[in-house]
Write a protein that binds this ligand. Structure first.
Ligand SMILES: [Mn+2]
Length: 316
């Protein structure tokens, strides 16, 4: 059976402590457990002090067969940040802007002087599937969103890792001649960063960077019905307060079916005591890289209804 492990963000000490607590031991071939396998939910790098150490540990476990892993938005961004843009000489698929650079700074510092290892590590990022469907269990970094997954189909290998040309197509935000290119961008954004839906006509809010926004990120696992925008939207209270206190229009969110296999996600910077978001949906990202944050795992024994008592956590 599987132990699912949330976003690590360079916090190697917390990762080792969590693995020990789950009964894993370090051997000459890396960390392993006599009877269990780990599944990592992505976001191994950035923010914490030892992205390189975390990547080594997780990569060793996946390559040694004691773990599986999916790609997080930070691994996707790192690939694009380091891939030259064939259409713009000297530029990269992800802009080297001050904002993007500062988001990635901790990783650049962690791998400084180890360029060959960083390159191998990025090759490993590129080999990670965007999601796992293991029959009784599903794993994705931010959103299990069927339409986006279908749209990505042509850009992924059979094992759901990116095809060679996919990164470039997925990185082009601007409307291109190629309709599939745009769909690939939006779809990968949804799966790795979450579902955004259009607010009712005339409704907008101002985000933390001062930009006017007409779309809100939502709790995609909930289904609209008797929910208001303030209940369905995700974000800090000051943003939520700007949204209409009105019922959500139909079609905004299909929710996650109650009879579907349990799905595990990371990504959402939760705080407080770990608990499922729905009977068959659990987020394991509890902000380990922030003061007071925790690294969180879920010990799964095959159950359809997830249990509060199966969460395991360590403080940073
Ligand atoms: Mn993330």
């Amino acid at each position: 059976m599987y132990d699912l492990i949330g976003d690590i963000h360079g916090e190697l000490g917390a990762l080792e402590a969590l693995l020990r607590k789950l009964g894993y031991r370090r051997t000459s071939e890396g960390w392993s457990h006599p009877g269990r396998m780990a599944i990592f939910l992505g976001d191994f790098i950035d923010r914490g002090a030892d992205s390189r150490g975390v990547c080594r540990l997780v990569r060793e476990m996946t390559q040694g067969g004691s773990a599986k892993a999916v790609m997080g938005n930070h691994e996707f961004n790192a690939l694009a940040y380091h891939t030259p843009d064939p259409l713009r000489p000297g530029a990269f698929l992800r802009e080297h802007s001050p904002k993007n650079r500062s988001q990635h700074e901790a990783t650049l510092e962690s791998f400084a002087g180890n360029d060959a290892e960083f390159e191998e590590t990025r090759d490993w990022f590129a080999s990670l599937p965007l999601w796992l469907d293991l029959g009784g269990l599903r794993v994705v970094h931010a959103a299990w969103h069927t339409e986006s997954m279908e749209a990505l189909h042509d850009h992924l290998d059979t094992d759901r890792k990116l095809q060679a040309s996919a990164l470039e197509q997925m990185s082009r935000k601007e409307k291109t001649a190629s309709r599939t290119g745009k769909t690939a961008y939006e779809s990968v954004e949804t799966v790795l960063k979450g579902v955004e839906v259009k607010l009712p006509d005339g409704c907008r809010f101002v985000d933390k960077d001062g930009h006017q926004r007409h779309e809100a990120r939502i709790r995609w696992w909930l289904r609209e019905g008797s929910l208001t925008w303030r209940e369905l939207a995700l974000g800090p209270p000051e943003l939520i307060a700007q949204l209409p206190d009105a019922l959500v229009n139909e079609g905004a969110s299909r929710g996650y079916p109650a009879d579907a296999p349990p799905v595990f996600i990371g990504h959402y910077w939760l705080t407080g005591k770990p608990a499922p978001l729905a009977p068959n949906v659990a987020c394991l990202d509890y902000s380990v890289a922030k003061p007071g944050g925790q690294l969180v795992a879920y010990r799964w024994e095959g159950e359809q209804i997830l249990k509060v008592s199966s969460f395991v956590s360590v403080s940073r």
